[in-house]
Design a protein around this ligand. Sequence first.
Ligand code: DX5
Ligand code: ZN
Length: 219
Amino acid sequence: MSNTKIAPSLLAADFGNLQRDVEMVNNSAADWHHLDIMDGVFVPNISYGMPVVKTINQYATKPLDVHLMIIDPDRYINTFASLGTTNLTVHFEACTHLHRTLQAIKDAGMKAGVAMNPHTNVNLLEDIINDIDLVCLMSVNPGFGGQSFINNTYNKIRELKSLINRKKAKTLIEIDGGVTSKNAKELVDAGADVLVAGSFVFKSENPTKTISELKEIAG
Ligand code: DX5
Ligand code: ZN
């Protein structure tokens, strides 16, 4: 039985055929749809906003895993709840009152996630880990798909896993950026529970087959 979740990132989808690509994920071995929201301020790129999320939600049959790369994310918590979000992830670096933000996400009926940039030490979560459903460790600098994986991520996963175990938390570890069939197994062995993959899935010849392969390798 496979436990690792696969979350294809729609950032790498063909936006001219968005319905087709969302349905491809629906009919694949994937577990979640990963949605990357960028504001051009927190990260040096702008991706897509609410009307596109609304369209994705209209066709998606699997949970929406929304990754907010925006400043002051509190402003949009209720909006994303109303757009059908299951997991709402905010950046550690973008939240002054992270505890309050996480409570607001849960009060809006969603699972609360925290994403961390490659330079942010996972032990900064020591006093908040029991309130977090999902930690998204960025294995590239957020803002763009198709970048290469940063190797220090393995150490961060092991460190975070030991924090989670020590605190008896139930937090899932998600890895986002540069995930391929080459590093999937090592990531899971280090302690990853969810693998996000954008270009590796959507730029492949047969995305459905690539998702199955990732799922198989990740175990
Ligand atoms: C990067 C995004 C990722 C991105 C991953 O800022 O958070 O979710 O889509 O893309 P790949 O898998 O191509 O690195
Ligand atoms: Zn992402």
